[in-house]
Design a protein around this ligand. Sequence first.
Ligand SMILES: *Cc1c(COP(=O)(O)O)cnc(C)c1O
Length: 396
Amino acid sequence: MSMQNPVFIPGPTNMPEVLRRACDLPTMDHRSTAFAEILHPVLAGVKQILKSSEAEVFIFPATGTAGWEAAITNTLSPGDKVLAARNGMFSHKWIDMCQRHGLEVQVIDVAWGDGLPVDTFAHILADDTQHQIKAVLATHNETATGVVSDISGVRQALDAANHPALFFVDGVSSIGSMPFEFDSWGVDIAVTGSQKGFMLPAGLAIIGVSPKAMAAIPTAGLARTFLDIRDMAAGYDASAYPYTPSVGLLNGLKLSCDMLLDEGLPQVFARHTRIADGVRAAVEAWGLQLCATSPDLYSNTVSAIRTPDGFDASRIVSHASERYGVAFGAGLGDVAGKVFRIGHLGMLTDVVALSGIATAEMCMVDLGLDISLGSGVAAAQDIYRTSAAPMALAAE
Ligand SMILES: *Cc1c(COP(=O)(O)O)cnc(C)c1O
């Protein structure tokens, strides 16, 4: 008997059984035509999910963090100036990486719970008439705070200033779950990984690269070897890799792209919205606040929930794990102990979401918070009963 509960962390996410099986392949020669028949559909599928007709897709046997590093080391030189806002742990870590690589980062600090400050980006870019800023970094969905930012707004800030900086977007916890528009947002490099919206094990760093970013590669001065896009591109031309790829994971990614595209991206996004609406209704019924400071910032893949002052939110996470065998996300960095997170992306249904909401409720009551059992569940039930629920995943 399986005692396995679903996880409610914002990655790694729950894996559909068919994807687990797709990753389980016998050994394959990665220089064979059989491998090419996995690789090329994967690259095409990711491109479609990015909503791009022109991006080149590269996939490293690594994780999202390596995608950040591939973006900066392939396009920038030591001492180059980059502009980035810090509104949570993930944007912070990307900034830290840039600094460790000897880039000069102009950091815009905003409160954790706020979105990327588009107006501040606009002012700074307009003032940079010498075009010293070589790249703008943006975290689309700040997984630490449950905040989704206005990426098209940042693109408009670049365009309004007629600024030539490259535009790099972390879409690790949004791509494949929330609308992402590589071409129309003018993204130069998009970064994601396999273990969030793609519902696979961790192990693939996935990036999409615009022609403009590709053109910056030959003159970029930062050192890179394993993550050198030139080697990867040369390998792909021969339907191979510059080293040994994770063939099983790539086969899983091929099926994951098919599943997302068969369900239809608008339907995938609507499913995430509906499930998130249920979680948010529960939070409201509990009388708690989200970390995200306004509704336009609410993430449809993760909710960071503030607990009352003086209550250590991490107790909910450890209690859920020890008492009920359920994983929620802890608060990170500035919001450690102040929030706990419910991840609601990837393979989720209304019914699974209800079990997570019910478990969070039991934990909060067990720990003495003034919350009535069933209040959040009932609020979410109202959302799920009254909104159309296509059973797309069940059909798999
Ligand atoms: C998970 C995550 C990362 C890091 O990805 P890894 O695969 O853990 O290296 C980066 N950015 C965001 C927004 C994330 O959610």
